[in-house]
Design a binder for this molecule. Structure first.
Ligand code: NAD
Length: 356
């Protein structure tokens, strides 16, 4: 075994607990009494019900979270937190709502309880992306890592099927890139392999039966494992491509991850045979990049950038932005290679087999 460094992040994970009971216990466990509950407008009804259920422990509700964490929304939410004298934050939702909680914690140091309802994994990372004046910036700081995460499988039963598939592939992407990360280590590799297997097994089952609780639990467990990989090690080509496509072309987050992942994997896996072998084992396939395409395609996900609003004449700019930014790459990726990868993804072609 090679020498390695593994930094464990502090996290209290409460897995598959009924949210109302767990929330009461965890708010009090933090020594708090006045929680501000956060959500998007889409989940406003759900959190107002939750606020009623936890009674006195809910000081207020802010239900205007938005994708990409606009600073103006964070400031509005902080005004509400001050008005209601909140002493902790409870973010109930996907990466957008959890991002709002993180952005507020960054500025106020209020403790956070995250209650994820998608598979994006933000709840277990010290990473925050924010947008201001059309620019998205990302930073890593322990100040934004939620103190407690409550996973309640029942809250994921309402996640629309197509979003479940793409959000699940978003999680798989974190684990795939963890396998060849610069700081890759045996602890994270274990989590990555287990997380990928869980999601690959669960997604077809929950498409067949969206309220299959066992499949949803397996997917949520996979999301925790894959998100933990994202929080523990740096990412590579795939995440850089998605960051540029989301930030500069406003493409939808999990759909973009789903489309790009097989192409990024096909580009890098030949140069990282050890990672390719683990991925192949996790997926039960000797063509892991092809399988990363086949699974979401079979489950009805859009597999072409052109289908989700990417202009063809933007590909060159995207390739340039990716190549000009500094990030870890396990193998060389000249701009022409990035451009041809994007071209394939724009058309939605299945990547060539990388057999292991
Ligand atoms: P999202 O949070 O934007 O959710 C998409 C929509 O689905 C929202 O309207 C939401 O209210 C709704 N929704 C969520 N869960 C639901 C449920 N169970 N039932 C019904 N509706 C539900 O989507 P996302 O993909 O989870 O998050 C994307 C955002 O998260 C992006 O801004 C991305 O950059 C960020 N993100 C950050 C990290 C990180 O580590 N910082 C990691 C992953 C994603």
């Amino acid at each position: 075994m090679k020498p390695f460094i593994y930094t464990a992040l502090p996290a209290r994970i409460v897995f598959d607990a009924p949210v109302v009971t767990a929330l009461r216990q965890e708010i009090e466990g933090l020594g708090c009494r006045r929680a501000l509950l956060l959500s998007t407008p889409w989940q406003a009804r759900a959190i107002s019900g939750l606020a009623d259920d936890i009674g006195n422990l809910a000081a207020g509700v802010f239900d205007q979270a938005e994708m990409h964490t606009p600073v103006a929304v964070t400031e509005a939410a902080i005004r509400v937190a001050n008005e209601v004298r909140a002493d902790c934050l409870v973010a109930v939702g996907g990466g957008s709502t959890i991002g709002l909680g993180k952005a507020m914690a960054l500025r106020t140091d209020l403790p956070q309880i995250a209650v994820p309802t998608t598979y994006a994994g933000s709840e277990v990372t010290p990473i925050i992306g924010q947008t201001e004046a059309g620019r998205k910036t990302t930073q890593r700081t322990l100040k934004v890592l939620p103190e407690v995460v409550i996973y309640d499988v029942d809250l994921t039963l309402t996640l629309p099927v197509q979003l479940s598939v793409t959000s699940g592939m978003n999680a798989v992407a974190h684990a795939v890139e963890a396998l060849y990360a610069q700081e890759a280590n045996p602890v994270v590799t274990l989590l990555a392999e287990r997380g990928i297997t869980a999601l690959i097994r669960a997604l077809p089952l929950l498409v067949q039966a969206p309220s299959d609780r066992n499949a949803r639990a397996e997917a949520l467990f996979g999301a925790w494992a894959c998100g933990t990989c994202l929080g523990a090690v740096g990412m590579s080509l795939h995440h850089k491509l998605c960051h540029v496509l989301g930030g500069s072309f406003a493409l939808p987050h999990s759909e973009t991850h789903t489309i790009i992942l097989p192409h990024a994997a096909a580009a890098l896996l030949p140069g990282v045979p050890g990672a390719a072998a683990i991925l192949a084992r996790a997926m039960g396939s000797d063509d892991p990049a092809g399988t990363l395409y086949d699974i979401p395609a079979r489950l009805g996900a859009a597999m072409a950038l052109r289908e989700i609003g990417m202009p063809h004449d933007g590909l060159r700019q995207a390739a340039q932005e990716v190549t000009q930014s500094a990030y870890w790459l396990p193998v060389e990726m000249p701009q022409a290679r990035v451009l041809s990868l994007l071209e394939e993804a724009w058309h939605g072609r299945r990547p060539q087999a990388v057999c292991v």
